[in-house]
Design a protein around this ligand. Structure first.
Ligand code: ATP
Ligand code: MG
Length: 199
């Protein structure tokens, strides 16, 4: 635990919003591997940027190349992975950027902690359940991970030998077996407009 530390502040979040004329938020995509989190987040990021809204994607795999390269996939490491991402996403949101996180984030407790972190700072947190039946995800298997998990080469794989706790009250519930990527992006954009996060 760090001691003898003091929070330094200068510009408040409200002042930042006033100066930049932009609102930050965290869009938290959760769902099984191959449900489409990264695909939807990439498309949404491009769309938001083209519309002139600063957006930045924090993606499960990418973050594990750098910031979280010291973490594995045990429950403890997954907790720490999500905790760090929650903190980073919150910083982006505070900086009036729309943070798009795409992590399986299988445990409700971790997602709720991310939500609380944002709520305490009065920053919007939008939980998006990227839902798909596991059979469909397993058939897609773009990275060959389900195959390896079935063969026992990968252990603790969500949906196979590790649980996925579905969100009970997500702000947005997508079904990527029935909705196209474009429809998923539209659904999220409509929500952001209704909440006046984007104009
Ligand atoms: N409606 C859809 N939305 C998103 N992806 C779709 C959809 N329909 C088909 N797909 C396909 O499903 C796959 C989803 O893979 P993607 O890497 O986005 O999943 P992920 O949830 O990020 O998985 P992981 O947790 O392993 O990173 C892609 O090959 C994508 O083209
Ligand atoms: Mg992904």
């Amino acid at each position: 635990m760090a001691t003898n530390i003091t929070w330094h502040g200068n510009v408040t979040h409200e002042e930042r919003v006033q100066i930049t004329q932009k609102k930050g938020a965290t869009i938290w995509l959760t769902g099984l591997s191959a449900s489409g989190k990264s695909t939807v987040a990439c498309a949404l990021e491009t769309y938001l940027l083209k519309l002139g809204f600063p957006a930045y994607r924090l993606d499960g795999d990418n973050v594990r190349f750098g910031l979280n390269k010291d973490l594995g996939f045990s429950e403890k490491d997954r907790n720490e992975n999500i905790r760090r991402i929650s903190e980073v996403a919150k910083l982006f949101a505070d900086g009036c950027i729309i943070a798009l996180t795409s992590f399986i984030s299988p445990y409700k407790k971790d997602r709720d902690a991310a939500r609380k972190l944002h709520q305490d700072a009065e920053l919007p947190f939008v939980e998006v359940f990227v839902d798909v039946p596991i059979e469909v995800a397993e058939k897609r298997d773009p990275k060959g991970l389900y195959k390896k998990a079935r063969q026992g080469i990968i252990k603790n794989f969500t949906g196979i030998d590790d649980p996925y706790e579905s969100p009970e009250h997500p702000e947005i519930h997508l079904h990527t077996d029935k909705q196209s990527v474009e429809e998923c992006v539209e659904t999220i954009l409509d929500y952001l407009k209704n909440r006046k996060i984007i104009g």
